[in-house]
Design a protein around this ligand. Structure first.
Ligand code: NG6
Ligand code: CA
Length: 508
């Protein structure tokens, strides 16, 4: 009986090839849409999802006025592939080069691809991307001239305005890029970037540990030094354009608020915080404010960003008709390469909530993320247990904004607006996710399947996280706690077979 049900659910998944798009029922209401994307924020890291050692009152307020989802899946357990899935509606394993990107990667989304921002523009929205980008810039990897306007930037991907970090705070170049050029550019200090070799005479974390005045690496992160913190990759120059980590959140937030002021049209803002990714070095005003140290302070900083945005919406009289989404790109990690005492100070805190694993992992904590949807004018507060996926962003938000999608675009995205807006409890038939070593995972409401893989039981480059990799199939029931403890693969060979076939069809 279960096997029959699964067959129907998993029948004929859309493969990596392009599908025909159907126009959706277009909604007349046009809310502003703000997608707030935290970095590496775990399911259990905020108080509305059960955290006790940290309070996030601003995020909790948005959750109270909206819907809190308990089963939202990112497309991957790291940032680049996860964000690729949101912005294109295509699974990241169907597109080349979606692994965690270097700071000098070329644009991973091709300019001719249809993006979430393109969808919003079609609906007449003004669009902006702020903060962490991590999907490459320029037309050729490693060949960008950072001192000129980049030849491929976010205006080619549907964003009217952008103020972004090329990759992550732990990767060079350590400058903001506004409209395709370095913000606050310092002509006396031209920027050069390499991920292959250092520039002559430049100190690194490895050669000059005495210059690491703010944080020391615990693994990796021993190359160029900026603001007393060594990073991944080598850079030279930057001068007054270099960021100070303590000010990153404020820079992102102030540019976000400015953008909100500048438009009479409805707007779409893809607002990606640097919090709570490493290096965790939030503003000094948070110092000592959390028993969990810098990682806790970074969560407080994230919460403050959410508060600043909602307060500004209120002030502009726009809060009621703004759809706010708060979510994360992948699951949590404590030690992700810097000695910031995240492990030592975590205490009873469970960053992954009830789930096993964490960032990078094939286990659920890697990709089940907080997901809050608020739109006071339309959405009744509540909690939704429906299984949902971030790959649906393009078609779901397009339906809400009233945009049609061109043929072949967003091939894996489904219009789930009834569920995202709490008008229906309908779940997605399944969610597909990719772990750091490309192992694919399939979740239905009832089952979780992890395909066999070669990796060892722990993530092997530093973080103390169970990988979820095993050379045999893993099948876990998902209607009972504790999650992912009791492998049922041998007891249900038919379900294993069907789930692997679904994955294989998607990979084609
Ligand atoms: C890893 C980094 C980690 C983090 C991650 C990407 C090392 C040893 N570790 O390779 O610190 O930057 O990549 O994180 O370099 S993500 O959230 O952007 O995907
Ligand atoms: Ca991330």
């Amino acid at each position: 009986m279960k096997a029959i049900l699964l067959t129907t659910l998993l029948a004929a998944p859309p493969a990596c090839s392009v599908l025909t798009a159907k126009p959706k029922d277009v909604k007349p209401a046009r809310p502003n849409i703000i997608w707030i994307m935290a970095d590496d924020l775990g399911y259990g890291d905020i108080s509305c999802y059960g955290a006790k050692r940290i309070q996030t009152p601003n995020i909790d307020r948005v959750a109270r006025q909206g819907i809190r989802f308990t089963d939202m899946h990112a497309c991957a357990s790291t940032s680049t592939p996860s964000r690729y899935g949101i912005l294109t509606g295509e699974y990241p394993f169907c597109h080349p080069g979606t692994d965690v990107a270097a700071g000098n990667a070329a644009s991973i989304i091709w300019p001719q691809q249809f993006t979430l921002a393109d969808a919003m523009k079609r609906a007449g929205y003004r669009t902006a991307a702020l903060g962490k980008w991590h999907l490459g810039l320029g037309s050729r990897t490693g060949e960008q001239d950072w001192n000129k306007r980049l030849d491929v930037s976010l205006d080619s991907l549907g964003f009217d305005y952008s103020y972004i970090m090329a990759a992550t705070a732990d990767r060079v170049p350590c400058v903001f890029i506004e409209q395709g050029v370095i913000a606050n550019y310092d002509p006396s200090a031209p920027v050069e970037v390499s991920y292959r070799k250092n520039f002559e005479g430049e100190p690194t974390g490895a050669s000059h540990p005495e210059l690491l005045t703010k944080l020391r690496p615990s693994h990796g992160h021993d190359m160029s030094i900026v603001n007393g913190i060594s990073r991944i990759g080598f850079m030279k120059g930057g001068g007054k354009a270099l960021w100070r980590d303590e000010d990153i959140a404020d820079s992102i937030t102030s540019h976000a608020l400015q953008f909100m002021h500048q438009t009479d049209e409805p707007f779409f803002m893809y607002l990606c915080t640097n919090d709570i990714h490493v290096p965790r070095m939030p503003h000094e005003r948070f110092r000592g404010k959390s028993p969990m140290g810098l990682r806790g302070e970074a969560i407080l900083s994230l919460d403050e960003t959410v508060g600043a945005v909602t307060k500004e919406l209120e002030r502009l009289g726009q809060l009621k008709n703004t759809l706010i989404i708060i979510t994360s790109d992948n699951g949590p990690v404590l030690d992700d390469g810097y000695d910031d005492q995240a492990e030592e100070l975590a205490g009873e805190h469970r960053p992954g909530g009830p789930f096993r694993g964490g960032k990078y992992s094939a286990f659920e904590a890697g990709s089940v993320v907080p997901f809050i949807v608020s739109w006071p004018a339309q959405v009744k507060p509540g909690v939704s247990k429906a299984l949902v996926s971030q790959v649906d962003a393009v078609r779901t938000l397009a339906a809400i904004a009233g945009a049609d999608i061109p043929e072949g675009a967003a091939p894996h995205s489904m219009d789930m607006h009834q569920t995202w807006l709490g008008k229906s409890k309908e779940a997605r038939p399944y969610a597909v996710k990719m772990a750091a070593n490309h192992t694919l995972v399939l979740r239905t409401t009832e089952w979780k399947y992890i395909e066999p893989s070669n990796g060892g039981p722990m993530i092997n480059f530093g973080p103390k996280i169970e990988s979820g990799y095993l050379s045999k199939p893993q099948l876990y029931r998902f209607d009972a706690h504790p999650y992912e403890q009791d492998n049922q693969a041998e007891a249900y060979p038919d379900i294993v077979k069907q789930m692997q076939e679904t994955i294989d069809a998607l990979k084609k």
